[in-house]
Each structure stands twice: as structure tokens, then as C-alpha cells.
Write a protein that binds this ligand. Structure first.
Ligand code: URA
Length: 227
């Protein structure tokens, strides 16, 4: 726990500076994240760990999905059994590293639609859009946006803008990341205080190249084995 965060009994932390941030500090998530941070971890292991952590985080962020019941017949009785209610889910990775998380999320919710938002960082680390592909019936869906790194926060905030400009409300969006810098979380919070941001770790700071410290390096390169 860092100096400014508060632990809760459910294994989550909150930071009073960022009311829309939840840190999922489950021991398994933290253990696996440590392996991902290690520069000697192979591409294959990095990819596997990102998928595994996403499954654990996805389990937590879907905890509040509303339930209804559906009548079924078990071999013994008729029974009103719980099923997920409400809006259908859509998963939207921010390219390219977000793909490492959307695969894990799809394992949890195989029927979800998948959109893609492609942005790259220009010389000033501002996002430049190159692709937006989204499912139809946007207002009828709950969205999980995912990108492992919230560094400057510009790309994350931009991805939310893309959805909001098309009519999606902030309370229908959850943003799932692995590691965030306080600078990026501040940018995200200022732009979208109504969107919940879930991370495995709130790291120390950004360096002069806008990399998260201690971080894990370039998530896209480590995930795909590029340079
Ligand atoms: N993107 C990354 O992949 N890593 C960082 O540390 C910052 C942005």
C-alpha cells in the first residue's frame, strides 16, 4: 500500500486523489505483475501472464453486473436461476497492447462484441487516431475499454471520448488497465470523472520519455516481441 491509498476488506485500494480509480491488489495479480515487470521475462510468458491477470481483474470488474432470473428445469425441480441482466457487453481494446487484455476478457464473456480503437502517440505523446471500429447499437451496451498502460492518460481519455461522442454515457464505460502513473490518472480523472478506471498498480511517476516508472517497459513491444 502506498502512503496515500486506503485498503478495503475486498482486496481493493482507493486513492482519495482519484475517486474514480480502483486498484485491484489481489495477491495473485500482484505476484503475476511482478513477473511481467521483470525484464528477463520472455514474450510468451509476458503474454500468458497478461491474459491470466486480465481474467482475475475481469472477474472483479464484472462483480457489479446486475442479475435477473430465468426459469429453468434442473433434473429435480423448476427453478428461477440467476443470469446476467441489463445491457449487453462490448470489449474495446486500445491498439495495439489492449489486444493482450481483450483476449482474456473474451474468455470470461464469450458472447461480447469486440470493437477496436487505434491510436499512436505523436512526438508530444498526444494520441493520433488511425482506426475506430465499433459494434452497432452502442447505447444498448456496457463497454469495457482496455489498455495495459495509462501513462500520460491522453490515449485512455481519448478512447473514452470516442465512445462518448457516439452517445455512450460515462456510467456505461469501465476502463481496465494494468499499470498507471499518477500523472495519467489525473488527466483521465479530469477528463472523465464519471468513468471508473481499474488498475493492478498505481506506479510512482512518468520519466522524461513518458514511460511509467517502475513500469514494465513498452507493453506492446513486450507483448508482441517487437522493438
Ligand atoms: N506505454 C507503454 O507501453 N509503457 C509505458 O511505460 C508507457 C506507455
Amino acid at each position: 500500500m502506498t502512503a496515500s491509498t486506503t485498503d478495503t476488506p475486498l482486496g481493493t485500494q482507493f486513492d482519495p486523489r482519484f475517486p474514480n480509480l480502483t486498484i485491484l491488489n489481489h495477491p495473485l495479480i500482484q505476484h503475476k505483475l511482478t513477473h511481467m515487470r521483470d525484464k528477463n521475462t520472455s514474450t510468451r510468458t509476458f503474454r500468458d501472464l497478461l491474459r491470466e491477470i486480465t481474467l482475475l481483474m475481469g472477474y472483479e470488474i464484472t462483480r457489479s453486473l446486475p442479475l435477473t432470473t430465468r426459469p429453468i428445469e434442473t433434473p429435480l425441480v423448476e427453478y428461477d436461476a440467476p443470469v446476467i441482466a441489463g445491457k449487453k457487453l462490448a470489449i474495446v481494446p486500445v491498439l495495439r497492447a489492449g489486444i493482450g487484455m481483450s483476449d482474456g476478457l473474451l474468455e470470461l464473456v464469450p458472447s461480447a462484441r469486440v470493437g477496436h480503437i487505434g491510436v499512436y502517440r505523436d512526438d508530444t505523446h498526444r494520441p493520433v487516431e488511425y482506426l475506430v471500429k465499433l459494434p452497432p447499437d452502442l447505447e444498448e451496451r456496457t463497454f469495457i475499454l482496455c489498455d495495459p498502460m495509462v501513462a500520460t492518460g491522453y490515449s485512455a481519455a481519448y478512447a473514452v471520448d470516442v465512445l462518448k461522442k457516439r452517445g455512450v454515457s460515462g456510467d456505461a464505460i469501465r476502463f481496465l488497465a494494468l499499470v498507471a502513473a499518477p500523472e495519467g490518472v489525473q488527466v483521465f480523472h479530469d477528463a472523465h470523472p464519471d468513468v471508473q478506471l481499474f488498475v493492478a498498480s498505481l506506479d510512482s511517476h512518468l520519466n522524461e520519455h513518458a514511460y511509467i516508472v517502475p513500469g514494465l517497459g513498452d507493453a506492446g513491444d513486450r507483448l508482441f516481441g517487437t522493438k
